[in-house]
Design a binder for this molecule. Sequence first.
Ligand SMILES: Cc1cc2nc3c(=O)[nH]c(=O)nc-3n(C[C@H](O)[C@H](O)[C@H](O)COP(=O)(O)OP(=O)(O)OC[C@H]3O[C@@H](n4cnc5c(N)ncnc54)[C@H](O)[C@@H]3O)c2cc1C
Length: 344
Amino acid sequence: MDVFSDVPLQRLNTFALKVRAACLVEYDSSAELEEIDFKVLPQPVKHIGGGSNLLFTGDFPGTLLHSRIRFIKPVEMQEYVLVKVGSGVLWDDLCAWAADHGLWGVENLSLIPGEVGAAAVQNIGAYGAEAADVIESVEVYEPATKAFSVIPAADCAYGYRTSRFKEQWKGKYIVTSVNIKLSKEYSPRTEYGNVRSALAERYGELEMDNLTPSRVRETVIAIRRTKLPDPKEVGSAGSFFRNPIVSKEAYRHVEEVAAREAIGDVPHYNMGDQIKIPAAWLIEKCGWKGKTLGNAGVYPKQALVIINATGEATPAEILALEKAIVESVRNKFAITLTPEVEHI
Ligand SMILES: Cc1cc2nc3c(=O)[nH]c(=O)nc-3n(C[C@H](O)[C@H](O)[C@H](O)COP(=O)(O)OP(=O)(O)OC[C@H]3O[C@@H](n4cnc5c(N)ncnc54)[C@H](O)[C@@H]3O)c2cc1C
């Protein structure tokens, strides 16, 4: 275990903001967690992963905890392999491991930044798959009671990019490892977006019944690279805003604005009584795509992503851009965007 004081956080936030934390504790095993006296640490105490869904709004006055529990332990069953994975393993390292072993389940989730512990908190998702599809249970430590337990996935209330860990259990548990069920059976998921056509283009139509987890993984990686900034090159936290889910009346207002201003049809998904509108479309139609405000900007290829455009953005500049986007979307469409990225 290492304890650092007044530590720079550039390597622990994908926005690459030059912020610092009063204290950072990096631990290597669950047993080490038991040794930590949380009460004597600078407060507040917050567990982080790779900082790829976080916006530090300034220097962090308390203690950041970070897992370096890094192991991948498979147990072979008849039809599947149950893999126990340490919370500090990079999610994409798990995806690469699964592909190398010919196991299905996480290939569509390739290249999502962050660590395995956070994936179980966030219920990460992409290309028609989500972490909840493969999580069997989550192993946790509860600092308040010093107890370890195993929580079955069914009790985690997994939903769209959410879980009990993000809501009523927020801050209660530390995820130490995740038990993930990977399938040996041929089970590619190609129906979402352009995955199928990209696979056919890459490997040929005749190969479409002869896919492998590696082939799907490589295709998903190639698609993602054309759409999203690589955190090693451009700082961001991925999708910054949630897609708003609005009433039919609010949706009709957006349609009226779109007709009046001749800005095209409003993309939308019906969700019972409500309607989901892509936040990226609303932001783009307000003219933000590719625009910068100081050192912060909106990614030119995807309006949902706020970036550290020059590498020198400050938290205040990211927040100013967020505020400006929210205000202009509200003024034009009467919809208030909310951030997906957690502000700390
Ligand atoms: C370029 C880019 C693309 C992205 N694309 C996607 C995508 O396609 N799909 C998607 O779902 N997300 C995407 N994201 C968001 C991000 O990758 C996920 O939210 C990821 O799970 C965050 O992991 P992290 O380790 O960085 O966690 P952090 O951002 O550090 O933390 C996220 C949350 O998890 C909690 N947490 C972290 N570790 C633990 C632990 N061990 N125990 C308890 N709580 C913990 C933190 O307190 C925090 O609340 C993208 C981000 C970027 C930068």
